[in-house]
Write a protein that binds this ligand. Structure first.
Ligand SMILES: Cc1cc2nc3c(=O)[nH]c(=O)nc-3n(C[C@H](O)[C@H](O)[C@H](O)COP(=O)(O)OP(=O)(O)OC[C@H]3O[C@@H](n4cnc5c(N)ncnc54)[C@H](O)[C@@H]3O)c2cc1C
Length: 456
């Protein structure tokens, strides 16, 4: 294994203009205002509601409008917009997307049922007959019904229990049906939606919203990655064993400083071999980015990660990113505790080297159940020594360590002024959640606990 000096890593993130970072409120406030505007549109177009059928139909109109709005919001959240990725964080965006997706599916179902029932009551017929009439007389409604079924289907496969039984890639590619669903549902909004049929400005604004978000999606998820692939021409430089079942992959490329990847961030990596080209997996940078080289370190337990140890030098690499907000930008306090569990050390290792700080400001606590799981020992020792930072290992089972190794008592014994720290946590979700609870109990406010989850 080469040493830290031989690898000549860069000590600081590239200088220059700071990347733009959105804050959560920059996303949530426009979403709230947009939803209010949608309800305002319905209000403006509805002078009065009279009778049970009309109430049902209007409830159906509101749920339909909100579902149409939710669809573009959900796509925008996943458009990989850099300011959102860096500021809000990919994991939080994914959580919002998942939660919003559940609401949207219910809105779509409610819309279909309420509109059909409302029309049926007004026309003094039964809902089944009314549904048949709508499907057979309006081709746009038929397409929208197919779209609704696709939304419900994607909702079902995204439910936790179903997702756990499915390969990640199967779930991921099934998700693409939502784009088809959005396209299929679009025309019925203008063909049958009372709020759009008679209002050209409403149609123009609604279309502009869809076109704008569609353009963001194509730009950030397709154009930029393809352009970058040509610009940076990444290839595997070498694969090095860091420990049992853990390898580092070094990737060489041109002008990598232009990516402005920050320590703590990750890329989605697609290695263009016969077996791996179709999968794109997220791995964090385990060292600060160099202008000619990036490094990731991977625990090889699954199909994709396992195949990385067999990568040959020269293999072409397609990397999307950088993504994630687990960076120095989140920091509020001078003193920082970095808390890593298992392979969660990867982004933490990069932060340990680069977070600005004087001697005494930085502490790294590295938790593992066995010494064979501990990687980067020599690198961490060198960084700690060079920076005057503290390094603690909590290695062993709970029994070996005589209780919970991440309890508030243990953590405050290591750092008596723990509550004055910012804390960066990365590790298996079970460990990270327990650590977050312990930190909070020890007096660290939640807003100063920054967590990177390896599970979306
Ligand atoms: C932001 C982030 C950073 C990460 N950084 C690292 C790292 O530095 N080192 C490391 O060893 N691991 C890291 N991981 C975890 C790593 O991505 C997964 O363990 C790996 O992709 C699993 O693939 P597999 O084929 O080995 O296992 P599989 O058995 O195929 O998958 C195991 C589980 O990993 C998750 N997963 C699989 N594929 C993907 C995918 N394409 N996108 C998101 N999740 C997926 C799913 O939850 C799946 O159930 C990171 C994950 C995330 C989300």
């Amino acid at each position: 294994m080469t040493t830290l000096d031989e690898r000549a890593m860069v000590r600081r993130p590239p200088a220059g203009r700071q990347p733009v970072r959105a804050r959560p409120e920059h996303v949530l406030v426009p979403i709230g205002l947009g939803a209010a505007a949608v309800i305002g549109l319905w209000w403006h177009d509805t002078p009065a509601v009279s009778g049970f059928g009309d109430w049902l139909t209007n409830a159906g109109r509101i749920t339909g409008l909100l579902a149409g709005f939710a669809a573009v919001v959900l796509v925008a959240l996943m458009a990989r917009i850099p300011a959102l990725e860096r500021g809000v964080g990919t994991d939080r965006l994914a959580r919002w997307h998942a939660m919003g997706g559940r609401y949207m599916v219910w809105l779509v179902v409610a819309h279909a049922l309420l509109i059909t029932w409302g029309y049926a009551v007004t026309a003094h017929t039964d809902p089944v007959h009314q549904a048949k009439t709508l499907l057979l007389s309006y081709p746009d409604v038929l397409m929208a019904t197919v779209a609704a079924l696709l939304f419900v289907g994607v909702g079902i496969v995204s439910a936790r229990a179903a997702r756990r039984r499915m390969r990640y890639e199967t779930w991921y590619y099934l998700h693409f049906y939502t784009y088809l669903a959005i396209a299929l549902a679009f025309s019925h909004q203008f063909a049958t939606g009372a709020d759009f049929m008679d209002s050209l400005p409403a149609r123009v604004l609604w279309s502009a919203l869809y076109v704008f978000v569609g353009a963001l999606l194509v730009w950030f998820r397709f154009t930029v990655p393809v352009w970058r692939a040509f610009r940076h021409r990444m290839r595997v430089e070498g694969v090095y064993r860091e420990g049992p079942g853990v390898v580092s992959v070094w990737v060489r490329g041109r002008h990598l400083d232009e990516l402005r990847a920050e320590p703590g961030q990750f890329f989605r990596w697609r290695f263009l071999t016969r077996d791996l080209w179709w999968a794109s997996n997220p791995y964090s940078l385990s060292a600060p980015a160099r202008p000619d080289m990036l490094r990731v370190t991977v625990k090889t337990f699954g199909e994709h990660s396992g195949a990385l140890s067999r990568l040959r030098p020269g293999t072409r690499v397609f990397a999307e990113g950088p993504y994630g907000a687990f960076t120095a930008g989140r920091r509020r306090q001078r003193k920082v505790l970095l808390l890593a569990g298992g392979v969660g050390i990867t982004p933490v290792r990069a932060l340990f080297e680069t977070l600005p700080g004087s001697p005494g400001d930085l502490t790294l606590v590295y938790r593992a159940t066995d010494w064979s799981d501990v990687v980067f020992q020599e690198e961490l020792r060198q960084i700690a020594e060079a920076r005057g930072a503290a390094l603690h290992y909590l290695v062993g089972s709970r029994r070996d360590l005589g209780g919970d190794p991440l309890s508030p008592q243990v953590l405050t014994r290591i750092l008596p002024d723990l509550s004055a720290h910012d804390v960066y946590v990365c590790g298996p979700d079970g460990m990270a959640n327990a650590a977050k609870a312990a930190l909070h109990q020890a007096g660290v406010p939640r807003r100063r606990i920054h967590h990177e989850s390896f599970e979306f």
